[in-house]
Design a protein around this ligand. Structure first.
Ligand code: HAM
Length: 421
């Protein structure tokens, strides 16, 4: 017997119905903001992912060599592929470019609930603009995609990596030291952070002030802390404007400013944000994104970029946890030929109703009426149509309402009316 590879999943028809219904809602929200869908390949040249992150990323992804000795990788995410696509083919298009995508991603993660080796992302990139209103719109859209999918409890947090960089520079925290302390910031291990920073010979007062900055969600306190950093004045002003647009114009008020967001991937700069679903426990991060820079590294003409990706599988898990009512597969009509002679007539009726846009199934197994009715029930049929010789003589069929059990003789040319109202 063969087994499914570790960290991958099969989806039943019922699960696919749930996933399709949520994907449709997400797509609608993306498009309501003027985003257009694109697609890129599942595998790319490995270099696309090592260019920014270095060779260490190879441990975390599916990298392989093909028969032509090309080094390739299954994409772990879609931002680098979309930027590659943009530089190759889309640079001349009018700005801003608003691109969205759904796609499977592959990471050599340790599988657990909500963490898979094959998972799906719903994401987007906006290219060519970074005004405060454009970033506010991006964050509002991420928030609304999740809200419109039906999820009730989410936590949106917004930070700024440029402000963090200014502080690192001022406090003389060099790159290798940053690499050590950012995971501590990410995990809110502030005692360990205090120890590490004082070890780097930063004064206890400066360290405490910095940790307060990381923990406050009060924009005034943040502004006050940052005000002596003259070089950061544009950044903080833009940050505040973005927050104000989000609150006052997009009416997204349910968020927290959180300067401890560091994001895992290496390409971010400027405003970053994350959305969590607390019902999910350990793997609660639903969405991550922000402003980033990849275009110059990939050889394109510099222009601002931002985006986000939502973990599609985690969204479904969170909705299930919240007991969300997903639509179920249903059949409008199930047609049962009474005997072999009735098959041809039954198919004709089925095809006619399908042309009208109804979901119609027919007994293909030549079962008896009672077994066929039982099956019709199991596939969530609204009405069955029994095609039998006596009625056919009168150009009629028997229509049974599966909910009430009520049966009616209906003329064939009136069936459409019966189903379409
Ligand atoms: P990311 O935070 O690495 O960002 O992934 C986005 C989302 O994908 C996560 O918040 C999570 O919900 C989901 N995810 C990540 N790994 C797994 C996994 N192993 N199993 C299930 N779900 C997972 C990015 O990928 C960026 N490209 C987002 C972005 C777009 N930034 C700018 N533009």
């Amino acid at each position: 017997m063969f087994q499914i590879p570790r960290g991958t999943r099969d989806f039943t028809a019922e699960e696919m119905q749930k996933r399709k219904s949520i994907e449709e809602k997400m797509r609608k929200t993306f498009e309501s903001y003027g985003y257009k869908e694109i697609q890129t390949p599942v595998f790319e040249n490995l270099e696309l992912f090592t260019a920014k992150s270095g060779q260490t990323i190879i441990d975390e992804i599916y990298a392989f060599t093909d028969k032509g000795d090309r080094k390739l990788a299954l994409r772990p995410e879609l931002t680098a592929p979309v930027i590659r696509f943009y530089i190759e083919k889309l640079q001349m298009q009018p700005k801003p470019l608003k691109l969205y995508y759904f796609g499977n991603c592959y990471r050599y993660d340790r599988p657990q609930k909500g963490r898979y080796r094959e998972f799906k992302q719903a994401g987007c990139e906006i290219i060519g603009v970074n005004t405060p209103e454009s970033i506010a719109e991006l964050i509002a859209m991420a928030y609304n995609i999740i809200k419109n999918s039906g999820l009730k409890n989410t936590v949106l947090r917004i930070g700024n990596l440029n402000l963090l960089s200014f502080i690192f520079k001022r406090l003389n925290i060099a790159k290798e030291k940053q690499e050590y302390i950012t995971p501590l910031i990410d995990k809110s291990l502030f005692d360990d952070l205090y120890e590490a920073l004082t070890d780097y010979k930063i004064s206890p007062k400066d360290v405490s002030d910095f940790i307060d900055f990381l923990q406050t969600d009060d924009i005034e306190k943040i502004k006050n802390y940052i005000k002596e950093y003259k070089e950061s004045s544009d950044e903080i002003q833009n940050f505040e404007k973005t927050i104000n647009f989000l609150k006052n114009s997009f009416k997204v008020t349910n968020f927290k400013i959180d300067m401890s967001i560091v994001r895992g991937l290496d390409y971010y700069s400027g405003i970053v944000f994350e959305i969590e679903a607390p019902v999910l426990g350990a793997e609660k991060q639903l969405c991550g994104g922000g402003e980033y820079q990849l275009i110059p590294l990939f050889g394109g003409r510099e222009t601002p970029t931002a985006g986000f990706a939502i973990g599609f599988d985690r969204t479904i898990l969170a909705l299930e946890q919240e007991k969300h009512e997903f639509p179920k597969y249903k059949t409008d009509a199930y047609i049962i030929p009474y005997n072999k002679d009735m098959i041809e007539k039954s198919i004709k009726i089925a095809e006619e109703l399908r042309k009208q846009g109804l979901i119609v199934d027919i007994d293909l197994m030549r079962r008896g009426i009672s077994k066929a009715l039982k099956y019709a029930n199991s596939i969530n049929t609204k009405k069955t149509i029994i095609v039998a010789p006596d009625e056919i003589k009168e150009d009629a069929v028997t229509v049974k309402d599966m909910k009430t059990g009520e049966q009616q003789k209906i003329k064939i040319n009136e069936i459409k009316k019966e189903f379409l109202g």
